[in-house]
Write a protein that binds this ligand. Structure first.
Ligand SMILES: NC(=O)c1ccc[n+]([C@@H]2O[C@H](COP(=O)([O-])OP(=O)(O)OC[C@H]3O[C@@H](n4cnc5c(N)ncnc54)[C@H](O)[C@@H]3O)[C@@H](O)[C@H]2O)c1
Ligand SMILES: [Zn+2]
Length: 353
């Protein structure tokens, strides 16, 4: 996979001029959803390099990350005279960067694209790492390709209009990056004032967070080994996400991951010796900022079943990424039914349900 450049913007206009300049093109298209068209596109109004670009606007939300929307993007590209040498700029959250990245990677067998993520989740996760795709046949990210952006520009100014729920959803992935990297990065995340956000400081932390994902993806672009570190919190998190959806009380992905981290840090404590105090500090932060996803012991079997059917598992054996300590990653760990139920008990006790 080609290398993708991640740039921490020091002045959006300059960074964007440079990034667009590095991608010689005959025509530029900008993809937004209705929301980022209204809130984020105006921030580009003084950027010379994007003046006169053709706009493509799609409906917001993961429910629209589908074939019909993809086809509508292809249609505008085709009708708008896009060629193999055209350039697509994706301005939006993970929905836009996933779908736009896939549209670019398939149009005329692939045109260049730049990601300009506007949610915290997209900055530290979705827009970086080269995975693109859409949902299909009721399945998340069923169709897609590994196809990196030419560059990814990080500008935290966009986050000023983001709501608190989407902020915390992205912050959960940052917490995960803290846990799999260094005690310093983990500690700065736990002590950051999330009520009165210092955007300058946040930008530096986002920079470090992206670096964590970048380093891991560079080492293992196709998820054969260490990239599984990025699944921390997600084995249980995906089960929470699915249960919540089935019970018609959906939760944002990052919230499910945060609650998943509570269970998986407990498993790490029990199985790979993760320090108890660090587990408690992290759990405290999660309880304070994410509240609780309530469930009782009648849901244990259902959650266990959901974990067995997760596409990352083979033959029903549940695969975890656990930690021996912060930054000390143990991939390909397993836990049996009793061990997992014990983690659910811990979650319910510590979260006060
Ligand atoms: N490719 C990957 O590696 C990867 C990793 C994680 C997640 N994802 C995908 O990312 C998607 C989720 O991303 P997301 O959480 O960014 O969701 P999203 O793109 O749906 O954005 C959430 C909401 O915030 C709005 N929004 C975006 N930027 C805003 C801003 N600056 N101010 C105000 N509102 C804004 C959007 O219009 C949308 O309504 C999912 O489809 C998921 O599958 C992909
Ligand atoms: Zn995630």
């Amino acid at each position: 996979m080609n290398k993708q450049e991640v740039i921490l913007c020091e002045g959006l206009a300059n960074s964007l001029e440079r990034a667009v300049g590095q991608c010689p093109h005959d025509k530029l298209f900008i993809l937004t959803d209705e929301c980022t068209h209204r809130l984020c596109l105006p921030l580009l109004k003084d950027v010379e390099a994007v003046r006169g670009a053709a706009e493509i606007v799609i409906a917001p939300g993961d429910a629209h990350k589908n074939l019909a929307t993809l086809a509508s993007v292809w249609q505008v590209l085709s009708d708008g005279g896009a060629t193999r040498h055209s350039l697509l700029l994706n301005l939006g959250g993970g929905m836009v960067t996933d779908l736009g990245g896939f549209a670019a990677s398939t149009f005329k067998r692939g045109i260049a694209y730049i990601n300009l993520p506007t949610t915290l989740l997209a900055m530290v996760d979705a827009a970086v790492g080269g995975k693109t795709g859409i949902n299909f046949n009721g399945l998340k990210n069923e169709i897609g390709a590994f196809s990196p952006a030419a560059s990814v520009l990080i500008e935290t100014e966009f986050l000023r209009s983001l709501d608190a729920h989407n902020f915390f959803s992205g912050y959960a992935e940052m917490l995960k990056h803290g846990l799999i990297s260094t005690p310093e990065h983990w500690a700065e995340l736990l002590t950051f004032d999330t009520e009165c956000i210092d955007y300058g400081r946040l930008k530096q932390m986002v920079g470090r967070s992206v670096q964590v994902k970048e380093n891991i993806v560079r080492e293992d672009p196709l998820e054969r080994g260490i990239r599984k570190a990025l699944n921390l919190g997600h084995t249980v998190g995906h089960a929470f996400e699915s249960l919540a959806l089935a019970e018609e009380r959906p939760v944002l992905h990052g919230y499910a991951v945060a609650w998943g981290l509570v269970c998986e840090l407990y498993l790490s404590f029990r199985k790979t010796g993760f320090p108890k105090e660090r587990m408690q500090q992290t759990v405290h932060f999660i309880r304070q900022n994410y509240g609780v996803f309530p469930f009782d012991c009648k849901s244990y079997d259902r959650l266990y079943e959901l974990m067995q059917h997760d596409k990352k598992n083979t033959a029903g054996v549940i695969n975890f990424t656990l930690l021996k300590d912060i930054g000390e990653i143990a991939i390909n760990q397993t836990a049996d039914r009793d061990g997992i139920f014990e983690a659910f008990d811990f979650y319910r006790e510590v979260m006060g349900i």
